[in-house]
Design a protein around this ligand. Structure first.
Ligand code: 3PG
Ligand code: CO
Length: 556
């Protein structure tokens, strides 16, 4: 309809290519030796900063500014790219699950009823990330879910856990497993047959994304569904202790798959006909592949061997376009009328690119957790295959330069109004906790930014460079009062593998930027959700009135 048509901006004209660069995991923080971005040689990003305050500033990327429950919630790529693409702040999964649990609504919906049908004769299996990171899941939500299920008739519960160490400190899996064993013991005392059935590290088992490596999901399937894994233990704590003792390089993210067995060696909880399964992560990207394996009748990504007839529900529906999974406990945020959809309706041409591990960030998340294109005639999405089976500190440059090249070519082609990329290094290498490698990664990302800005310069275009949340700018856990790095019990500095609550930079420029365009000074609390309206202005349009306000003004 005509309400999709964006009115022309009163002062800015269309016709110039806008390059939008999102540096993943690139925040603004104290410039010390644990700030990998500060240590890195990043001449391009440094030069942009000199444009402050008119053409460079920082914006919020965490907590309520991106729809998360509290100021203590660090940002993440899902909520960050959602906000960037949609131009408004939506209450996100973490918050929606909190309220559905608080009101009890979660237990009265069709999704819960569906799994409840199996409570009398079947086992309830809960699969997800065991952590309080608040990025993919939260332990207190799992506790409330277990409680709610048992008080509503679940008699047998099996837990299939994925250890974290990526959104929380490495090594904390022990604490979470201890807590879980305690909570399961309590349920057993109430007469519920509750126990741990399988486990594995999130990056090695189950939680792959964007179909980078189906082997990861297969490892999980074998342990969770078939009850088979190379390692068998009597308890979760025994599993972690033994695996750590056997391998000096053991870490939570890459813990090998294991199953819990009884004294006869029989696995505690394979998934069989008549069982109910809930994947309790609220975040989509790393649950979609498992959801497909659990739900699709036709499936050829790996040999499932046995496909149990189950009632499966996701904590949320993970993909609005695919309607996957079809049953879910909490309705996802309805992220509608995204900038991508407006651009397609206004016949603007878009090019989007990243490598596999971040590809869905600039497409799926950007478009409001919607897979596919709005209009194949107007949009080109390019995915560069990520390296598989490595940790990214082994190759910290990742595919940054290839992404830069593809973006450069797209800009030089003159075929696109918007050329959008995600540069993954600060985040993906930052998550390994390897400071030296993260420095190298940041330098690669900076080089890719330069390639893109050079192409913008050559074609008379405009650029907008920003980030989705912090990560590489702080690689240590700090004392919140003094800012000093915290030491662990062995006197070693505690490495921070997770994201942060830091603000992120945003810079605008290029020969196509009209004179007089500058950042407004009346939006000191501006955040990622203000970027979409800013992009629309830079492309020559007014933003829809319910979008968060644009960060720029035009002075004459
Ligand atoms: C992950 O999924 O890799 C982390 O939990 C969060 O990282 P991202 O939000 O940058 O993808
Ligand atoms: Co990250």
């Amino acid at each position: 309809g005509s309400d999709w048509m964006l009115p022309a901006h009163s002062k800015l004209t269309r016709g110039k290519t806008l390059a939008v660069v999102v540096l993943d995991g690139w925040g603004e923080q104290i410039p010390d030796q644990y700030n990998a971005i500060h240590v890195a040689n990043t001449p391009t990003m440094d030069s942009l900063k000199k444009g402050a305050p008119e053409h460079w500033r920082s914006i919020r990327a965490h907590g309520p500014a991106v729809g998360l429950p509290t100021e203590e919630d660090m940002g993440n790529s899902e909520v960050g790219h959602n906000a960037l693409g949609a131009g408004r702040i939506f209450e996100q999964g973490a918050k929606l699950v909190d309220s559905a649990l608080a009101t009890g609504k979660l237990f009265y919906g069709a999704g819960f009823q569906y799994i409840q049908e199996c409570f009398t004769n079947g086992t309830l299996h809960l699969i997800g990330l065991l952590s309080d990171g608040g990025v993919h899941s939260r332990y207190d939500q799992l506790q409330a879910l277990m409680k709610g299920c048992t008080s509503r008739g679940a008699k047998k519960i099996r837990l299939h856990i994925l250890t974290d160490g990526r959104d929380v400190l490495d090594g904390t899996s022990f604490t979470f497993v201890e807590q879980l064993e305690k909570d399961l013991e309590e349920l057993r005392q109430q007469g519920v047959d509750a126990s741990l059935a399988s486990g594995g590290g999130r990056m090695h088992v189950t939680m792959d994304r964007y179909e980078n490596d189906w082997n990861v999901v297969k490892r999980g399937w074998d342990a969770q569904v078939l009850g088979e894994a190379p390692h068998k233990f009597k308890s979760g704590i025994e599993a972690l202790m033994q695996l750590k003792a056997d391998n000096p390089k053991f870490n939570d993210q890459y813990c090998p798959p294991f199953v819990i067995v009884d004294k006869n060696g029989k696995s505690a909880g394979p998934i069989v006909d008549g069982d109910a399964v809930v994947t309790f992560n609220f975040r989509a990207d790393r649950m979609i592949m498992l959801a497909k394996a659990l739900e699709y009748a036709n499936f050829d990504k790996f040999d499932r061997v046995r496909v149990p007839k189950i009632h499966y529900a996701g904590m949320l529906q993970y993909d609005g376009e695919l309607k996957l999974p079809s049953k879910y406990l909490v309705s996802p945020p309805e992220i509608d009328r995204t900038s991508g959809e407006y651009f397609a309706k206004n016949r603007l041409r878009t090019f989007a690119c990243s490598e596999t591990v971040k590809f869905g960030h600039v497409t799926f998340f950007w478009n409001g957790n919607r897979s596919g294109l709005f209009d194949s005639k107007l949009e080109t999405y390019v995915e560069i295959q990520s390296d598989q089976g490595i940790t990214f500190n082994e190759k910290p440059g990742m595919k940054a330069l290839q992404i830069g090249e593809r973006a450069r070519d797209a800009i030089l082609s003159g075929k696109y109004d918007q050329v959008r990329v995600n540069l993954p290094n600060g985040d993906m290498v930052g998550h390994t906790g390897d400071i030296k490698a993260t420095v190298v990664g940041c330098e690669a990302a900076d080089k890719a930014v330069k390639m893109i800005l050079d192409a913008v310069k050559e074609t008379g275009g405009i650029y907008l460079v920003t980030a989705d949340h912090g990560n590489a700018e702080d690689m240590v856990k700090r004392n919140p009062k003094t800012g000093q790095p915290l030491l662990d019990k062995n006197g070693k500095i505690q490495i921070l593998t997770s994201h942060t609550c830091a603000p992120v930079p945003i810079a605008i420029g290029g020969p196509g930027l009209a004179p007089g365009v500058r950042f407004r000074t009346d939006l000191p609390h501006g955040g990622l959700a203000n970027v979409a309206a800013t992009m629309m202005n830079l492309l020559g349009f007014q933003a829809p009135s319910d979008y968060e306000p644009s960060l720029i003004e035009v002075v004459s």
